[in-house]
Design a protein around this ligand. Structure first.
Ligand SMILES: NC(=O)C1=CN([C@@H]2O[C@H](COP(=O)(O)OP(=O)(O)OC[C@H]3O[C@@H](n4cnc5c(N)ncnc54)[C@H](OP(=O)(O)O)[C@@H]3O)[C@@H](O)[C@H]2O)C=CC1
Ligand SMILES: O=C(O)C1=N[C@H](C(=O)O)C[C@H](O)C1
Length: 251
């Protein structure tokens, strides 16, 4: 059986270098190209890659993805910075290339995917919810893509259940003290040397709290999800947002 030809964009970065190793170690894949900032995207198409893995920067990902989609190269995207507008733009590109698949995964870690799922399930049962994400200090964005997605899921579950806004009697505060407001859910970002990627989702109700915590202790934690995305994206044309769509979570 022929091996799946995979390109990694951002191949010299923390995640990209881990992804290069994971692809090289996978029996059913071969590394077609390893490209970083100074490489031309024409090298991607010239390499014959069937799937590109983007682990670059929010400022670079749209250009990379437009190139992939317009050349019929499937894409697995871990890079953050996604807004509704950006997602709509990608859907527009895909309309012109209907056989191409794009997976955008806010987090490839199975524990993080489950955290988001559990948070969505818990949201309607609690009056209060806040998200605390903790990462290494070299991270480019805040809040993390995972925390933003978690807050959106909590917010939409609260809205579907008809819950009112969260109680918060703060009448004076230093700027930032209550975190960023993501769809009505406060999100707090910690940047600390020694950390990799961590998140706590805090729920509170009368006389009780629930804390869901996930820790990625090494970037290898993301690689099974990256490889799953690479294997599945070619048979999922259009845009898939979230790795959970490639996992049978209800089994
Ligand atoms: N979905 C998930 O599970 C995960 C997602 N991430 C996300 O992945 C992204 C990368 O994270 P991380 O590896 O820590 O970041 P790094 O800064 O370590 O790596 C990014 C790499 O991409 C390079 N780069 C920048 N622009 C381009 C470009 N236009 N074309 C090709 N390469 C480029 C950078 O070069 P230079 O250094 O010169 O800028 C760097 O080598 C972030 O958005 C992060 O949030 C991270 C972990 C898990
Ligand atoms: O930059 C990181 O490190 C990570 N980025 C992703 C995010 O922003 O959610 C995933 C994970 O948290 C690690």
């Amino acid at each position: 059986m022929s091996k799946l030809r995979v390109a990694v964009l951002g191949s010299e970065g923390r995640m990209g270098s881990e992804a290069v190793r994971a692809v090289e170690a996978a029996d059913d894949m071969e590394l077609a190209a390893a490209l970083d900032r100074d490489d031309s995207l024409s090298a991607l198409t010239a390499s014959g890659a069937e799937v590109a893995v983007d682990l670059t920067h929010p400022d670079a990902v749209m250009g990379n993805l437009e190139h992939c989609v317009s050349n019929g190269v499937h894409a697995v995207v871990g890079t953050t910075g996604w807004t509704d507008e950006r997602l709509a733009t990608v859907r527009g590109w895909l309309e012109a290339s209907p056989r191409t698949g794009v997976l955008i995964a806010p987090n490839f870690g199975i524990g993080a995917v489950l955290t988001m799922r559990f948070a969505r399930q818990a949201a309607r049962f609690f009056e209060s919810a806040e998200v605390v994400e903790l990462h290494h200090p070299n991270k480019a964005d805040a809040p993390s893509g995972t925390a933003a997605r978690t807050a959106q899921l909590i917010s939409s579950a609260r809205a579907e259940a008809g819950l009112p806004d969260q109680p918060d009697a703060t009448s004076t505060a230093l700027d930032g003290a209550r975190g960023a407001d993501v769809d009505g859910v406060p999100v707090h970002s910690v940047r600390l040397r020694g950390l990799v990627a961590h998140q706590e989702v805090l729920f509170g109700g009368e006389g009780e709290t629930l804390t869901i915590r996930h820790d990625s202790l090494h970037r290898s934690s993301f690689m099974p999800g990256v490889l799953l995305g690479v294997r599945r994206v070619g048979s999922a044309p259009g845009l898939t947002y979230g790795l959970e769509h490639f996992l049978d979570l209800d089994a």
